[in-house]
Design a protein around this ligand. Sequence first.
Ligand SMILES: [Zn+2]
Length: 420
Amino acid sequence: MTLVFERATVLDCTGRDPQQRMRVQVEDGRIVRIGKADGSVMPRDARVIDCAGRFLMPGLLDAHVHLASTELDEHKEVETPPAVLALRIGKQIEDVLDGGFTTVRDAGGLDWGFKEAVRLGLIRGPRLIISGPFISQTGGHADHRPRTFRPSSEWLSGWSRDSLIADGPAEVRRAAREVLRRGGDQIKVMASGGAASPNDELDHVQYSVEELAAAVDVAHTVSSYVMAHAYGPRAIQNCLKAGVRSIEHGNFLDEETADQMLESGDVFLVPTIITYELLSRLESGNGWTEPNVRKIRQALTGAYDSLGLAYEKGLRIGSGSDVLAGMHRDRGREIACHARVMGAMAAIIASTRTNAELLRLEDEIGTVEEGKRADLIMLNGDPLTDPGLFGEPQNIRMVMMGGLVVKDSDGPLVGLAATQ
Ligand SMILES: [Zn+2]
């Protein structure tokens, strides 16, 4: 079937200004024609969707999610029955689409089985690009064991908080291969301390250049890449020397390091600000400790300045939310955080076109152009004047993924398909 979006204001995310009164024609899951509405003969048997007064743009991408995160309190999560945990994670995956996100990169913790469940149609879900288990050094950011821990208990393999602890290039190489064996699309390593971990500080450097390079080498064997959690200059510089492609968070980027990122070429910064905004409002309790609170607030102090520096320098800036536990419906608020620094257009492009480049999917998704996959969302309101509207899923009136309508707030279009 041919589907036609008629009289839409198209924000194509190539960088062009919005085009009004447009017609976008979708066939076999792809955008086949974009032109002026009323300008040409309507294809025969087309199903027309009137978009008067509405914005049509590409489905959003979130380059840093943790869809397996269900609780901030580790103990609660460990005590949850695996079946309950699986169903909760499934619900979180389904909710992603309602916010207009059609592709997400999981930055660690989501088991391959969930990707399979989406493929089998057991749950609705976005395109999932996963990292499998985190790789962390002993005592590093993804070593969730408290200081009192002694080896005895086993957590669900590959799930949520389960990490591969590896020290030295040989162990990191083995862990990276294990990630690939378990279905990881890319490899996630922890290159610095972090806010949620029990035994480190944000400016602690974790992993040597040699250890990081071992992970990069393994990733390259399958034409993939490494994404690294890294806050400060020294950790980021180690990543650059080792050939890491995606720098996550980067809250304490400095000028010298930003210049090195620019020289490195194929490197992206993925700021994740909304998670610090939301978590910094929490007081300690329920497994969220005083040091967690202090470190999150500390991380927030650098977040906007780092993004400002990266933008000024012309770095390639993607967009991630990093929202955890009960905050999964807030991921769209990241765009307004980015917009405070970059302006709305650049913030929207970060979460569409640039994220698609980061995921090496720019030939398929990320813009509204002829030949691209029909991942499209229809919005209530103008996102250029109010980028905050992405923060409320009800403003995303319709979501199409690969030519299939997966959300329609205004009518009965769900299930309607321009697929083969
Ligand atoms: Zn993260």
